[in-house]
Design a protein around this ligand. Sequence first.
Ligand SMILES: [Zn+2]
Length: 211
Amino acid sequence: MSVNGKTTDRPEERDDSFASRRRLLKGAALAAVPYALLPGPQAGALAQAPDYPLAEWQPAHRSNYTPAKGTGTRRRPDLVIIHVTQATYTSTLGIFQNSRKDVSAHYVVRSGDGHVAQCVRESDIAWHAGNWDYNTRSVGIEHEGWVDQPAYFTDTLYEASARLTAGICKRYGIPRDREHIIGHHQVPGTDHTDPGPLWDWTRYIRLVGSV
Ligand SMILES: [Zn+2]
């Protein structure tokens, strides 16, 4: 796939497959088509549909996360880790698609409208915590903004992110509290400060609990 103008040697990532997937995901008629009727390549593409139904699938480059495939066990996260991007939404997606960056998160939430992109499947291990143990245990959510610019932390960002986190907690039985929904700054060994002191944790946890 030509995510950053490059090609890869992985046949399943050819441009035609990617284009088919995009068409499928955008096709309103898809819901009416039984999966069994779809030919092979499209059926494979459907496996790449987002875990969170409201998310747009914007895959990170495969060199920026660890696929669970082959490990033989199904990952069961017990943490959600909250981040702030220190970059725009679009730049963040570009970074995750850049094979040289060695970074990814499962989700990115856009500030202005709460739009959610999924970049890594929840079953795969995204590289966001800077700590392998915490990466393996968590789902990582990036929020568009800067830690010292609270204007980015809009009502719609909090609400969209809270819906996303509530869904993750339901899927894996994660308690919706501050022991299990943590900031990047709480990860042992990190020098990152996000989401920063201006992130309203009280409000966020209340929203997650009210979904
Ligand atoms: Zn972070």
